[in-house]
Write a protein that binds this ligand. Structure first.
Ligand code: ADP
Ligand code: ADP
Ligand code: MG
Length: 502
């Protein structure tokens, strides 16, 4: 049984993992790089070990250093979080060689699903629909042209080793095919150290809908329904929600079965996600599998009522799944917004720096998974995501209202964040109506980039006015005014409707 977990990650996900370990009575070991000495995950864990310089290649991606730290700290298991080493088959193998439990799937499952071409082959064999395209890496330009003639333009040239929205090229015109293939290859080589690229039909105006799965080491595999992740920027998710507004019970059931079949195709165990691309007619195609905990896992946790990290740990312990497919259901609606330290008005340029002030949103139905605090300096070395704001309500409309309320209440100063941009999405007609696909952000760009939503500005003004009034009264009180006049002043302030003028 796992007693001590080394968390091979940083930021919000390291803290999120530590929380579940605490609830399970498991000790935690944080690891940190030079620039993460003051990071919150270091303070949260039972122990913290320094692992090297700031660049992740020398710290969070340093397999031997992490294995060595696990052994020296007496950790019997490693949780990799997402990103970094989470989808590294060699790391999973090294853990098992050293007798350390890797809280994640087998090296076989990681390598077979991590390579998109291999994954497509497994899916075809398992009867899971894949996006029309090639099943081998492109070998010659003639062959590529022939394939594109068969499936028709537009197509995507995709890196087999791609991830994080990188390594994809859209080709619309015949004239650009060869240039795009060459560019895609060289980009893939530079970014992923592997120049294998393949061709996929470009699905116009699609939805990205993914299924959470859980599988134990005894052959039991279940799905925990879908997450709608079509609000994207540069092929990266910005907002996720569940349930999806376009889903029908029939398609949900069928997709869920295919998601389970996809996982079984590689004898998968652990938590994982099957991503599908879905067209207007609800035809769906396998995109890829992420063999790890996903950034957006909290929305599933809330609507299905599970703790996915606990499930991962139980599975790693060799336990059988206690959850039964037929007993699972979705209750209410959850939305997640990814909060980035970036400036939406400067083309989303990262905005690292020192947090001067932070007021986190609280209240009914709000979950905030973050890691920054007042005075904390966001390092330049890592992903600029600083937190995830998750809300739950019984209906989608209430969830949107709640997210809006939480975003308005969320104040961070010192750096620029995507909070105002996310608030605009909550006010956008197409989002409110659930009428959106992966082009939502580009289609609504002008509206979304308008400065300060009106509702927020009014609330801010009212708060500032109330504060100035309060401060004046305090100052007066300290000069002799009594408590009664303080109370009356507040009443008077309300009666004069000072607030409603804004
Ligand atoms: P999710 O579906 O969990 O949202 P993302 O694509 O947003 O997945 O990736 C989660 C994290 O992992 C991000 O920090 C992203 O940059 C990183 N990541 C994912 N795949 C890769 C990859 N192949 N190479 C480098 N980083 C990756
Ligand atoms: P990554 O590994 O970078 O996450 P994915 O294959 O999961 O790559 O694709 C990321 C996003 O890119 C999808 O959610 C979708 O918006 C877009 N995309 C990928 N493939 C296609 C396709 N064949 N047609 C249309 N959009 C696609
Ligand atoms: Mg993906």
């Amino acid at each position: 049984m796992i007693k001590k977990v080394l968390v091979a990650n940083r930021g919000e996900i390291a803290i999120r993992i530590i929380r579940s370990c605490r609830e399970m009575g498991i000790l935690t070991v944080a690891v940190y790089s030079e620039s993460d000495r003051t990071s919150m995950h270091v303070r949260n864990a039972d122990e913290a070990w320094f692992i090297g310089p700031s660049p992740s290649s020398e710290s969070y991606l340093n397999i031997e250093k992490i294995i060595d730290t696990a052994k020296r700290s007496g950790a019997d298991a490693i949780h990799p979080g997402y990103g970094f080493l989470s989808e590294n088959a060699k790391f999973s193998q090294r853990c098992s060689d050293e007798g350390i439990i890797f809280i994640g799937p087998s090296p076989f499952a990681i390598s077979n699903m991590g390579d998109k071409i291999t994954a497509r082959k497994h899916m075809i064999a398992a009867g899971v629909p894949v996006v029309p395209g090639t099943t081998e890496a492109i070998k010659s330009e003639e062959e590529a042209l022939e394939t594109i003639r068969q499936i028709g333009l537009p197509v995507m040239i995709k890196a087999s080793a791609g991830g994080g929205g990188k390594g994809m090229r859209l080709v619309k015109d015949e004239a650009n095919i060869l240039g795009s293939i060459r560019a895609a290859r060289s980009e893939a080589q530079t970014a992923f150290g592997d120049d294998a690229v393949y061709i996929e039909k470009y699905i116009e105006s699609p939805h990205h809908i993914e299924f959470q799965i859980l599988a134990d080491k005894h052959g039991n595999t279940i799905h925990l329904f879908e997450r709608e992740c079509s609000v994207q920027r540069r092929h990266q998710k910005v907002i996720e929600e569940t349930p999806s507004t376009i889903m029908t019970p029939e398609v949900r059931e069928e997709m869920g079965k295919h998601a389970v079949a996809a996982a079984k195709a590689v004898n998968y165990y652990g938590a994982g996600t099957i991503e599908f691309i879905v067209d207007d007619n609800l035809n769906y195609f396998f995109l890829e599998m992420n063999t790890r905990l996903q950034v957006e896992h909290p929305i599933t946790e809330r609507v299905v009522g599970v703790d996915l990290v606990k499930e991962q740990i139980n599975i790693a312990n060799g336990e059988k799944l206690k959850l039964k497919q037929e007993e699972l259901s979705q209750f209410g609606h959850a939305i997640e917004c990814r909060i980035y330290a970036e400036d939406p008005h400067q083309n989303f340029m990262p905005s690292p720096g020192k947090i001067k002030h932070i007021t986190e949103p609280l209240g009914l139905g709000v979950r905030h998974d973050g890691y920054v605090y007042e005075g904390y300096e966001i390092p330049i070395y890592y992903d600029p995501m600083i937190s995830k704001l998750i809300v739950w309500a019984k209906t989608r409309n209430e969830a949107i209202a709640r997210m809006k309320r939480a975003l308005y209440a969320y104040k961070i100063t010192g750096i620029k964040t995507s909070i105002p941009f996310l608030a605009k999405i909550m006010e956008c007609d197409d989002f409110i109506k659930g009428n959106y696909n992966t082009h939502f952000i580009e289609n609504n760009q002008d509206f979304l980039l308008q400065r300060q939503p009106c509702g927020k500005r009014c609330q801010d003004m009212a708060l500032i006015a109330a504060y100035i009034h309060y401060k004046n009264k305090l100052d007066n009180a300290s000069h002799g005014a009594n408590g009664d006049s303080e109370k009356n002043a507040w009443k008077e302030f309300g009666r004069k409707k000072a607030v409603s003028r804004f």
